[in-house]
Write a protein of this length. Structure first.
Length: 372
């Protein structure tokens, strides 16, 4: 149950989900029969992909995923699921500075903050819900709305829209997407401590004075006071929230683990050849070309929402994982999932030999690092 003194309480999550649902376009127009067939096809691709993920990753947990769900969803459902996840992830106490700001709010101001933040979150989710193909969400059970092993969501309208836009073979593309997303599902199964580890990072970042999360809430609080004529702080004070040393360190840890997870999933996805996905070369070429030719609007929005950073995480993480797998083999790479201490630092993401030297304590064959 969310407590009233947590960051999560600052957002009307149901309102955020409603805002997202109202703003987001429905997606490709399909008949009921066409959509039913597409959903069945995507669900089958998710099932088939597990065998390939097991073969490539050599992680036995790929055969033991009965405690999680696979859901083929629309955009509003994806948005609502993420409000549920966010409400859990932000169920932590604010910093003393933000807590003091919250205490000074009137009842009307608190209501305005609650709904103004919900509108901001809903607008962001509305945009992202048109771009995300799939997502593994490990916190469903904590939010009281899913299986203990989390839920894998595949966003049907986005998958259909992209395969039509790029003129891709539907069955091949759906399997290719599911390979990436099922890898995330396997990662958390291989490292049962990982969801709590990430949650603690988020809580730590949220509680650090001047973290990104608090900049958002601090800005909304300042706006609420100003709009109601009760502002006692200057604009310079409102802008004074900045990342401190602790937040920088935590953000670096978040960047490292996200780069690892995304890079590992990309390595698995790109390990598939034409014997499994016949049109794999076409998919890669058109998918990569599309990422380089986004419209100016999409590039601006990506920058505003930090999506450029996520795209870079895919690239950096993939180079890191591929280097270690090439140098040491997949079995030794899988020591990554044994304990939190084995996770790479952000420095090691860019210099993978340092991770090998620290974690594997190996002086075995070293290959040139393409990133240097």
């Amino acid at each position: 149950m969310t407590q009233k003194n947590t960051l999560s309480h600052l957002v009307a999550w149901d309102t955020a989900a409603q805002v997202a649902a109202q703003l987001v376009p429905a997606g490709p127009q399909k008949t009921v029969q066409e959509m039913t067939r597409a959903v069945e096809s995507i669900r089958y691709a998710a099932l088939v992909s597990v065998e390939h993920v097991h073969r490539i990753t050599q992680l036995e947990v790929a055969h033991q995923l009965t405690d999680s769900q696979v859901l083929v969803v629309d955009r509003p459902t994806w948005s609502k699921a993420n409000t549920q996840a966010f409400s859990t992830m932000l169920n932590t106490e604010p910093s003393s500075r933000l807590a003091q700001k919250m205490k000074k709010l009137t009842k009307t101001q608190k209501t305005l903050v609650n709904y103004a933040t919900a509108v901001e979150v809903g607008a962001v989710l509305a945009y992202l819900s048109t771009r995300v193909l799939g997502q593994y969400e490990p916190y469903a059970a904590r939010a009281g709305c899913g299986a203990s092993g989390g839920r894998l969501m595949l966003v049907a309208p986005n998958i259909l829209a992209l395969e039509e836009e790029l003129h891709l073979d539907p069955e091949d593309f759906r399997l290719w997407v599911c390979l990436h997303e099922q890898t995330h599902r396997v990662q958390f199964a291989a490292a049962p401590w990982l969801d709590e580890y990430i949650l603690q990072l988020v809580h730590r970042l949220s509680s650090d004075l001047g973290s990104n999360t608090e900049e958002l809430f601090g800005h909304v609080i300042h706006t609420a006071k100003t709009s109601l004529g009760h502002s006692t702080s200057s604009q310079s004070e409102a802008n004074s929230l900045a990342l401190n040393d602790s937040a920088h360190k935590t953000l670096s840890e978040v960047t490292a683990v996200m780069s690892l997870l995304e890079g590992h999933a990309n390595v698995v996805m790109d390990s598939i050849d034409a014997s499994v996905v016949p049109s794999i070369k076409t998919i890669r070429q058109r998918f990569n070309r599309r990422s380089q030719t986004h419209t100016f609007f999409h590039k601006i929005v990506q920058k505003l929402f930090g999506m450029e950073r996520k795209l870079q995480q895919y690239k950096d993480g993939q180079k890191f994982v591929q280097y270690i797998v090439d140098a040491q083999g997949m079995e030794r790479f899988n020591m990554m999932w044994e304990r939190p201490e084995n996770l790479p630092t952000e420095q090691e993401i860019h210099h993978p030999q340092q991770w090998i030297d620290r974690v594997l304590a190996s002086t075995e064959r070293v290959i040139p690092w393409a990133g240097e």
